[in-house]
Design a protein around this ligand. Structure first.
Ligand code: C5P
Length: 238
């Protein structure tokens, strides 16, 4: 029995029915679940509460980015849903992250609060267009350090960034990494991918896995295969 599974299945479905059809075949000791913008907008808080009631740890991935008061209130609302983890954009600033952290800390069951640094879809040229003339990796590290200093629990980052951040920020900072592809699976639109074992070796705490599980002919077998791969990994946190 594993009460802290490392795989977070991204429920990237367009409706609650499709999401629940998969969830019915999964158990909370095999995986956590991620609900993102699309499913949340379509299915709403009721689905999130239902997943939590079924015993799953839920990462509500809504990436808040607004003024401090608005983000703090949104984080309070998220905590009321009984989720395990949620997130904000680090670029919202220190005051915003502090307000979010203080808001969740006051709640009866505070979710873990992590930050998005630089979206992995953004290149240096994209940052430059927005007025940030900096390498994405430098910006990732800068924002991750800010999130750490403010007392957030961790960041979402690519598995490649995990190696650097683990070394620079230390062991007690959650690194949640998407862009995971088991050997032999479709890459899809992801770039800079790592296998589950490589990502854990790089220092990731939790792996967000979507299509390799949700689009598999047998999603349960795909998840079990990833979990089996992870049991073979010896971790090397600093
Ligand atoms: O299907 P796939 O495994 O690529 O899904 C990855 C999940 O992680 C999706 O829900 C996607 O939105 C999310 N994600 C990502 N890259 C980021 C941040 C989040 O792929 N940088």
């Amino acid at each position: 029995m594993n009460d802290d599974p490392r795989v977070i299945v991204a429920l990237d479905f367009a409706n609650a029915g499709d999401a629940l059809a998969l969830v019915e075949r999964l158990t909370p000791n095999q995986c956590k679940l991620k609900v993102g913008n699309e499913l949340f907008v379509r299915a709403g808080p009721a689905l999130v509460e239902k997943l939590a009631t079924l015993g799953f740890k839920v990462f509500l991935d809504l990436k808040f980015h607004d003024i401090p008061n608005t983000v703090a209130q949104a984080c309070r609302a998220v905590a009321d849903l009984g989720v395990w983890m949620t997130n904000v954009h680090a670029l919202g600033g220190v005051k915003m992250m502090q307000a979010a952290r203080e808001a969740v800390a006051e709640m009866a069951t505070p979710p873990k609060l992590i930050a998005v640094t630089v979206l992995t879809s953004l290149s240096r040229a994209d940052l430059c267009q927005g007025g940030l003339d900096v390498e994405p990796a430098v910006q990732v590290e800068r924002l991750a350090r800010l999130a750490h200093e403010v007392g957030l629990d961790g960041v979402v980052c690519s598995a490649q960034e995990a190696t650097l951040l683990r070394r620079q920020i230390g062991p007690d900072f959650l690194l949640v990494t998407p862009g995971i592809r088991p050997a032999g699976s479709e890459i899809g639109d992801q770039s800079r991918i790592l296998t589950p074992a490589q990502a854990i070796r790089a220092g990731a705490d939790y792996l967000v896995v979507g299509r390799p599980i949700t689009q598999a002919a047998d999603p349960v077998a795909a998840l079990q295969k990833i979990n089996a791969e992870l049991t073979t990994v010896v971790e090397t946190k600093p």
